[in-house]
Design a protein around this ligand. Structure first.
Ligand code: GLA
Length: 400
């Protein structure tokens, strides 16, 4: 009896020490973030229109929940009491009214700040104000905080993010904590007790596979980020996600490149934060962003990130084990020419050693669904023969 009491006491004190809110992101968070399209040109009208479109355009129905304002929502200075002030020109009704509006649509609301003295765009950072800022976020009804890493002048990343995590916990409102130190301090190695997701890499740009400069800045390409994620899949799982950055779908890649981008983010169990202007979304972008079959792969309860099984004749093959015993598969053509594909399921030895999963095509006949054409395309009893167009993907679900 005494031992049991001690065990219960120990267990509850460990729970009390936990720094993050458990269970707020058991599957990768889905939503929209203002940065990729709008940078600091944001205001309450944009947020309200976006919230309206979440509902009327079926984004909410597809699973998107969070509307996150990135950098640029504050005035250049704190008030005399040290509080952050939403820019009155951009947000005349303040943040509480805005989050109430977002909540009234059945959605959640997020904000951005930075662990340093200033944000990346030069607005007041949180360093030294962690508890005060966390209390304001809780009072404003914030559900998600993206926390960046500019102007941090040599401070210890783990300590800085842990302080903010504790401040959020102390403020008491469950808030998804999204770390954004770009992988510079390898947050994936230590951030699972601190937050729910962490950026793994530098900022994404509208670039598929070959680097491009935009006004002297060279962002990460979609496929270079994918390459990086391949090496860190052991760190992802329910409540702890590698974040390869927000989506550039609809922002200027070709439609097939957007399809690869979205498919691979789903394969990587990545947070799906749209980064386009929903008011100007065309049908192709809408179709990609609301593909529920692809989203189901991203949101699979097992939360296992895909692995690269092979890379042959310019076609990469990725596998992701699923909670129903099936698999998601992507054949990605990174080349500029169409690629012939021939895949004999029964002859391949597909094993996920890290998570002890094995594809048993020789003993189990899986049905195959093409998740973009939405067609059933046979079973794993037969060899798959196909052609993958340049910069495109064949995304399949193998169903037991
Ligand atoms: C950094 C982040 C971006 C964005 C900007 C805002 O570059 O990585 O995602 O938040 O700051 O200034």
């Amino acid at each position: 009896m005494k031992k049991l009491a001690i065990a219960i006491l120990l267990f509850s004190s460990v729970k009390l020490c936990a720094q993050k809110f458990e269970g707020v992101a058991l599957t990768p968070p889905m939503g929209w973030n203002s940065w990729n399209t709008f940078q600091t040109k944001i205001d309450e009208k944009l947020v309200m229109a976006t919230a309206d479109l979440f509902v009327s355009a079926g984004m909410k129905d597809a699973g998107y929940t969070y509307i996150v304002l990135d950098d640029g929502w504050m005035t250049m200075d704190r008030d005399k009491d040290g509080n952050l002030v939403p820019d009155p020109a951009k947000f005349p009704n303040g943040m509480k009214a805005l989050s109430d509006y977002v909540h009234s649509k059945g959605l959640k609301f997020g904000l951005y700040n930075c662990a340093g003295t200033k944000t990346c765009a030069g607005y007041p950072g949180t360093r030294g104000y962690e508890y005060q800022d966390a209390r304001n976020y809780a009072a404003w009804g914030v559900d998600y905080l993206k926390f960046d890493w500019c102007n941090t002048d040599g401070i210890n990343a783990k300590e800085a993010y842990t302080t903010m995590s504790k401040a959020l916990k102390t403020a008491g409102r469950p808030i998804v904590f999204s770390l954004c130190e770009w992988g510079q301090n390898k947050a994936y190695e230590w951030a699972a007790p601190v937050g729910e997701l962490w950026r793994t890499t530098g900022d994404i740009g509208v670039a598929f596979d070959s680097s491009k400069s935009f006004n002297g800045w060279t962002p990460m390409t979609v496929m270079h980020i994918v390459d990086f994620e391949a090496g860190i899949r052991q760190y992802a799982g329910p409540g702890r996600w590698n974040d390869p950055d927000m989506l550039e779908v609809g922002n200027g890649l070709t439609v097939s490149e957007d399809r690869v981008h979205f498919s691979m983010w789903c394969m990587l169990a990545a947070p799906l934060m749209m980064g386009n202007d929903l008011r100007k979304m065309n049908d192709e972008t809408h179709f990609i962003l609301t593909n529920k079959d692809a989203i189901a792969i991203d949101q699979d309860a097992l939360g296992i990130q895909a692995f690269r099984y092979s890379n042959k004749d310019s076609v990469e093959t990725w596998f992701k084990p699923l909670s129903d015993g099936g698999w998601a598969v992507c054949f990605v053509n990174r080349n500029d020419k169409p690629a012939k594909l021939s895949f004999n399921w029964k002859g391949e030895d597909v094993k996920d050693n890290l998570f002890s999963k094995q594809l048993s095509a020789s003993s189990i006949q899986y049905k195959i669904k093409d998740l973009w054409s939405k067609r059933d395309i046979g079973t794993t009893a037969d060899k798959l023969e196909s052609v993958v167009p340049p910069h495109d993907v064949l995304m399949l679900r193998l169903i037991k």
